[in-house]
Ligand binder design. Sequence first.
Ligand code: GUN
Ligand code: FE
Length: 429
Amino acid sequence: MSTIKPDNFVLFGDICYSESLKTLRCVEGGFLVCENGRSAGVYGSLPEEYASFPQINHAGKLILPGLVDLHMHAPQFAFRGLGMDFELLDWLESYAFPEEAKYSDTDYARAAYTSLVRHMINGPNTRFCLYATVHVPAALLLMDLLEESGLVCMAGKVNMDRNCPDYLREKSAPRSAEDTRLWLERSAGRYKNVSPILTPRFVPACSDGLMKELALLQKEFRLPVQSHLSESLAEIEWVKQLCPSCRSYAEAYEQYGLFGGEHPSVMAHCVWAGDDEIELIYRNNTYVAHCPQSNMNLSSGIAPMRRFLNRGVKAGLGSDIAGGCHSSIFRAMSDAIQASKLRFRYVKPHEAPLTVNEAFYLGTLGGGSFFGKAGSFETGYEFDALVIDDSTIAAPFPLSAEERLARVIYLSDDRHILQKFVRGRCVKE
Ligand code: GUN
Ligand code: FE
């Protein structure tokens, strides 16, 4: 950890951040002020009132908001890059479930999660929504390690009581709810940067009884929810058979009040959402976690991002480790753009591809807003920042800050990150 205090200081450099989906602001040779862990604004010349703040000179470096990963599975980090010849349901059975079962062993969990958290500190993401496993001790251990890292996370003990192997299945809905209550009570008041998020894995793995129990816990503890929605065609067909009275997959969550509305929820993938489902997502203020790399690896499809954005649906990006094998949300940005171009060219010529600035918005402010005021440098936003040394990807001709940002999105890796701040604290340098 750095010796810089998480209170008042100024970063000087070339600053870029999204003000909205359509507006990117770049200030070359600008001052970004951190006051009490929040941005006090970006200035071309430093206002007198901040002149006494310590200044860190990053002349010639890019300064960007920290990136937000709205969807990843912590236990799956261990096998990323494996099983990539499978589709979703076979991949779950062959890779995800056998690996997740190992987290009943707390020693195994400690070793695996320690290596994951080290990787997370080194990368460009500053905020995460993550899934743990069904196991309460391992979920608490993950939260402890995340808290130590300084990263801001919503983490969930997974619920699953049907249609999965015996070795991982929770034995009944009441048992799953009891364990969830235990996890919530043990984590209460324990963390500053980590908070719990209710995590029914997906409809096929959660009985009606379990959904009802979770809805009660959600109201009692006022919890946000994360889950999966309309990811693969085989999965959607399965949900139709399991929930014949529901008009859409989304309704299978909504009928229990587990789909946004009063409590925020984030649904991963939404690849096959049609008009009705998009409307339900929009009306419930539900977030879409777009996971383009996973959707390609598991041949799930290409999500209709242009339609979500046109309808005003809230959305961000997810790595979906380990459906996606790359954790960096810079990579998710370029994947999102490339996937949208294939959709535009081969599938839906009226759905314009995502632009670089739109993808940057999704990976910062778009996902960041799920955490409140995060993902931008507008005054009052929590101070999550990356200082990027892009000198090794410079061009032999002058580039604007906006052009340098595009190259960082497509070409940078963790070695280009000079410093990383979360809530005003330096977590990597
Ligand atoms: N649907 C249910 N569980 C999972 C998971 O672990 N990964 C992905 N990509 N989809 C899921
Ligand atoms: Fe997932």
